[in-house]
Design a protein around this ligand. Structure first.
Ligand code: MN
Ligand code: MN
Length: 271
């Protein structure tokens, strides 16, 4: 079952800046750029046939709100049936339908959410689909029961109350060493917002939040965290904010390493 790569070029739920709709194309360009190759750090050659498949973009151009949600849900659902799926956003609003479609195929799904922000707003700017709200929606609809957030450094009183209400497990940047002990179980989904990284490593994001993870720390976490990964998304690259394409290359690096991890975990059945 090859890993299914899916582009979700949507940014109309962004609260501050648009731009992430251009991310899937920028990540693909960086992935195939001659400045690097397709080998992962574990030595897997992603240029070999059968390991992964680029299935193109979901047909969401011009859609918003529930119509976009439904289209993304259907696109992810179709891929999940064919193999573990990696969705490239897009802003973080794509995670609600992407995780919902994955959870429908994997009972008891845990989500590891790596981000500077908890994205637990009840609403922001009167938009329940906001990129600041996907994890509130997932918890209140009981799509998932266990949510673990790592890298958080912007927890305000409203979102702290939301986290308490939903029983969210949070490992903030100040206590990041605790992330080494995490066990996500089987199955789990990884939602990666690039602004979890320090802006020094990933300037091409809409919300610069200093004090974040290094690229190396995040690679080590993704490669080594305990559990069986069955699906993932990588969101919030904003190419209009990038410097010399460095963040697109960071996103391509995580795309390769996430494909490798999904491939490694693919043949184990759900617990
Ligand atoms: Mn986010
Ligand atoms: Mn964020």
């Amino acid at each position: 079952m090859p890993v299914q790569l899916l582009g979700l070029p949507q940014d109309n739920n962004s609260s501050y800046l648009t731009g992430p709709a251009d991310a899937p194309a920028a990540i693909r360009d960086a992935l195939h750029c001659d400045s690097s190759n397709l080998s992962t750090e574990c030595g897997l050659d992603l240029g070999a046939p059968g390991i992964w498949l680029d299935t193109g973009d979901a047909p969401i151009n011009g859609l918003s709100g529930q119509a976009a949600f439904d289209s993304i849900h259907a696109a992810v659902q179709a891929r999940v049936a064919a193999g573990p799926t990696l969705a490239l956003g897009g802003d973080h609003s794509i995670s609600w339908p992407s995780i919902a479609a994955t959870a429908a195929n994997h009972a008891g799904l845990t989500v590891l959410h790596i981000d500077a922000h908890p994205d637990l707003y009840d609403t922001l700017q009167d938009n329940p689909f906001s990129h600041a709200s996907p994890f509130a929606r997932l918890m209140e609809h009981r799509v998932i029961t266990r949510l673990v957030q790592v890298g958080i450094r912007t927890l305000n009183p409203h979102q702290a109350a939301q986290a308490d209400r939903f029983g969210v497990e949070i490992i903030t940047m100040r206590e990041i060493a605790r992330a080494q002990q995490l066990d996500l179980g089987n199955p789990f989904y990884l939602s990666l917002d690039l602004d979890a990284l320090d802006p020094a490593f990933a300037p091409g994001v809409s919300h610069h939040e200093p004090g974040g993870l290094s690229t190396r720390e995040l690679l080590t976490l993704i490669q080594g965290v305990k559990g069986r990964l069955v699906g993932a998304d990588l969101v919030e690259l904003n190419p209009t904010r990038d410097l010399n394409g460095v963040t697109a290359m960071v996103a391509a690096k995580f795309t390769k390493e996430l494909i490798a991890r999904l491939h490694r975990d693919a043949d184990v059945p759900d617990a």
